[in-house]
Write a protein that binds this ligand. Sequence first.
Ligand code: RFL
Ligand code: PHB
Length: 418
Amino acid sequence: MSRERVSIERGTSEERSERWAQPTRRASTVEPTQVAIIGAGPAGLLLSHLLHLAGVESVVLERRSREYVESRVRAGVLEHPTAELLREVGLGERMDRVGLVHAGIELRFDGVDHRVAFDELVGKTITVYGQQEVVKDLVAARLRDGGQVEFDVTETAVHDIDTDAPYITYVDAHGAGQRLDCDVVAGCDGFHGIARGAVPAAVLRVLDRTYPFAWLGILAEVPPLHEELIYARHALGFALCSMRSPEITRLYLQVDADETVEEWPDDRIWEELAKRLAVDDGGTVNVGPVLDKGVTAMRSFVAAPMRQGRLFLAGDAAHIVPPTGAKGMNLAIADVSLLARALPALLRGSPDLADAYSETALRRVWRAEHFSWFMTSMLHRTGDDFDEQLALSQLRYIAGSTAAATSLAENYVGLPFA
Ligand code: RFL
Ligand code: PHB
C-alpha cells in the first residue's frame, strides 16, 4: 500500500465553528482528523492501521479500557485470507510465532470422528490465534506508529453524516466534553454500539434470526483434547473443543437460550462435555482449572445499507453471525479491508469504491451468514426429530462425499477477499 499522505480541504476554522451544532455539554474541539473511528475492536483498530499505511489520519474512540479490550475472550479462528492480510500489513510476526496452523477440523457424530482436510481439499489452512491477541498486536502497532486511540470515552454521538463535514461528540476519560471534526465516520462499535442508530430507520433494513439455544464457553488450563478443533453433534446437544495454545483449551456447550453461568458449576460442565464428546473407542475429556466462563447468545443479523452519507459501518456494527462457522471477526476484517481502499479514494475525490462498499461487503456477509446458519443447523439439537434426521443426513453426506466436504472446507478457510 502507498504511504503517500492524502491532503484534503476541510475549510477554515471559522467555517468549522459555524458547523458547531449545540453540543450537549461544554465541549472543547480536539484536533480534527480525516477518519473518526468508533470502537477499538478488530474492525476499528485494523482500519486505523490500514489507513495509516495509506497515508490517511484517523482517531479511534473506545468506550472500554485498554486492559478490557485486550483481555476480552472471544473468537479464535483466523481464516486463510485474514492471516494473509495480517502478514501483508506487518502484523503477522507474533501470529506466526504462537498461532496454531490447522489443516482440518473433526466433525464428531454417532460417536465417530470424520476429518475435513482443508489442505487436501482446497490447499489452504486456518490459524488458531485468539481475538484478544489480534487486538493486542493492533493496539501495540497503532501506539508504535503514533496512532491516536482514546480509551474510556463515554456519550459518543455522531452528527451531520449527511454533510461533507460530520463530527463526533464524546466525553473523554477525564470527563471533558469533546468534539472531533472529521471527513468520514467509521462505525466499528460492535452490535451494541451507537453508529448503526445514526442511519435513519426509514433507510435501514434489518433481517435477523434468533436461535432457541446459546453457547456456554469456558477457557481452561488444560491441554486440548486433540490437535485440531472438534465440532461434535450429540443427542444432548452441540459441543466444541477448541484451544488457545498447547496448554489452554477453549470449550463450548450448547445450552438453552435463557440459561446462566450460575446454573453451570464447573463439575457440571466437565460431566456434560465428557458425555457429548464421548467416542466409541474410549478417550476422556481432560479436566483442569476454569479461567473464564460466559454465555453467548446465538443470532444472525444483517443491517443494510452499510453506508449512510459519510458514515460507514463495519463488522458487528452491521452484522452478526452465530459463532459455529467462526466467521464474525473474519467478516469484520474483510469489511475494513474494503474500507481501507475505499476511504482514501473517497478523500482524494474518487467516490466509486465508497459507493460500491455496502453492496460489495454485503455479498461476502451473506455468504458467511449462510455458512454460519448451515453449520449451526447441522450441529445443534433443536428437539425436533425431523431437524435431527436432516442434520445427520448432511453430516453423513459431508463425511462421505468429497464434493460436500470441499464446499465446507472452502467456506471454512474463507473465500478470497474482494
Ligand atoms: P467488537 O469486537 O465488538 O468491537 C467493537 C468495539 O466498540 C466498542 N464500543 C464503543 N466505543 C465507543 N463508543 C461507543 N458507543 C461504543 N460502543 C461499543 C466496544 O467496546 C468494542 O471494543 O466488534 P468488531 O470489531 O466488529 O469485531 C467483531 C468480532 O469481535 C466478533 O465478530 C467475533 O468475536 C465473533 N466471534 C468469532 N469470530 C470469528 O471470526 N471466529 C471465531 O472463532 C469466533 N468465535 C465469536 C466467537 C464471538 C463470540 N462471542 C463472545 C460473541 C466466539 C464467541 C463466543
Ligand atoms: C474459538 O476457539 O473460540 C472458536 C473456534 C471455532 C468456532 C467458534 C469459536 O466456530
